[in-house]
Design a protein around this ligand. Structure first.
Ligand SMILES: CC(C)(COP(=O)(O)OP(=O)(O)OC[C@H]1O[C@@H](n2cnc3c(N)ncnc32)[C@H](O)[C@@H]1OP(=O)(O)O)[C@@H](O)C(=O)NCCC(=O)NCCS
Length: 186
């Protein structure tokens, strides 16, 4: 059962960053990340416009943890304690034994291997601490960085969902990626 992990210690220490649950105090750093148009370019939600929206976002992540519908870790730099991104899973299906992942990083920290390390640790967490069988990700076809990241982490591209969802007022193509327990990567 995945529900038991919500009561456990969730902090994960990596070489340069700590992965730990998001709190209300993270709102300012979340605003910096989620108000950046480049970070939000491939998201189906608009960049944040105010600190209040960042407070709501922090609350959404905290509520998701409290009601056991998602775990979103904050990615905190060990040097300085700044929150530079988030990653985690949601759309938890106990029946199908699957979850969907999401992740984003401050633009000035891109290309340094940080998300490879963070998301790799989350994948290991999922396959060692839960009985989840399938981890999936939906990525816009133009989001090269995200697809490269998933490929590197052992995900398989299962194809393109044509005109799958409305984003920025148009119907866009989305690629679907998965990593299965039986793939044996983690
Ligand atoms: C996607 C994202 C999280 C990647 O994080 P990151 O820490 O920069 O990724 P990494 O440095 O660990 O790189 C992972 C791989 O992708 C490659 N990569 C990273 N950015 C790339 C880019 N812009 N173009 C091509 N490849 C890229 C890296 O070279 C690396 O591959 P390699 O080890 O073979 O060289 C980051 O670009 C981001 O926050 N984007 C905006 C939010 C977003 O799109 N989230 C995903 C929604 S589906």
């Amino acid at each position: 059962m995945i529900s038991s992990i919500f009561e456990e210690q969730l902090t994960i220490e990596l070489e340069k960053v700590l992965l730990r649950p998001i709190t209300a105090d993270d709102a300012e750093d979340l605003y910096d990340i989620f108000s950046d148009k480049q970070v939000m370019k491939y998201y189906d939600r608009l960049p944040l416009k105010s600190r209040e929206e960042a407070d709501d976002l922090a609350k959404m992540f905290m509520d998701g943890l409290a009601d056991k519908t998602m775990i979103r870790w904050g990615i905190e730099e060990k040097a300085g304690g700044k929150l530079i991104g988030t990653c985690g899973f949601f759309c938890i299906s106990e029946d199908d034994k699957k979850v969907e992942i999401g992740y984003e990083l401050r633009r000035d920290r891109w290309g340094m291997g940080i998300m490879s390390e963070a998301l790799g640790a989350i994948m290991k967490f999922i396959f060692t601490r839960t009985d989840i069988n399938r981890v999936e990700a939906f990525v816009e076809v133009q989001n090269v960085a995200s697809m490269r990241l998933l490929d590197k982490l052992g995900f398989v591209n299962e194809g393109t969902l044509r005109q799958y969802e409305r984003c920025r007022n148009e119907l866009i193509d989305v690629t679907i990626w998965s990593c299965l327990r039986s793939d044996g990567v983690y």
